[in-house]
Design a protein around this ligand. Sequence first.
Ligand SMILES: Cc1cc2nc3c(=O)[nH]c(=O)nc-3n(C[C@H](O)[C@H](O)[C@H](O)COP(=O)(O)O)c2cc1C
Length: 182
Amino acid sequence: MKILVAYYSETGNTRKVAEAISEQASINHDAILKKIQNVSPDELKDYDLLFLGSTCHDADLARPFKQFLDTLPKRPRFKLAGFFTHATYTPNHTTRRKELFAQWAGKCAPTFEQLCQEKEIKFLGYFHCMGAPSKPIEAFIHQEIIPSDKEWKEYLPEVKTHPNSQDLEDAKHFALKVISKY
Ligand SMILES: Cc1cc2nc3c(=O)[nH]c(=O)nc-3n(C[C@H](O)[C@H](O)[C@H](O)COP(=O)(O)O)c2cc1C
């Protein structure tokens, strides 16, 4: 099967996840890795499966990525899986982390779901993990999202390690699951 892994990344976190997915997909399939900026609408008809990923901005997929999603055709032959990286926690621990994720990254998954519903694209699920923020965003997060110094001391060293080798293994596992579901 022919697979496109395309991503929008500003500081490299989402690119690392895209590379892991592409590496996994390449084992048994013809997989191509590209920045979304280098994908032409014409070539999309060549693919059976698209993995599309973005950095998270303002709790949603980044604007240039959403603009790219708008160009996808209606009722295409390809199926789609999504991925994104975000600086807020993943929501799998405490209530506090769940609330922060919902508030600061909660629109990403619904954006993929709505797009696929509107464009009648078969959606095969999404993957996400934390990604270290750039310095200015780090300052913003401390000011607006995690003002408590106690929580900040736990958060900052943790977020700085992502995406880590476990995240990239999880991304590969996700790719495998999507491909087997196809
Ligand atoms: C302008 C801007 C806005 C951001 N907004 C959010 C946000 O709302 N929620 C969040 O969890 N992370 C936010 N981030 C952090 C990034 O989503 C995160 O660090 C991501 O892993 C960066 O991916 P990249 O290296 O592929 O660009 C923002 C980053 C930037 C630069």
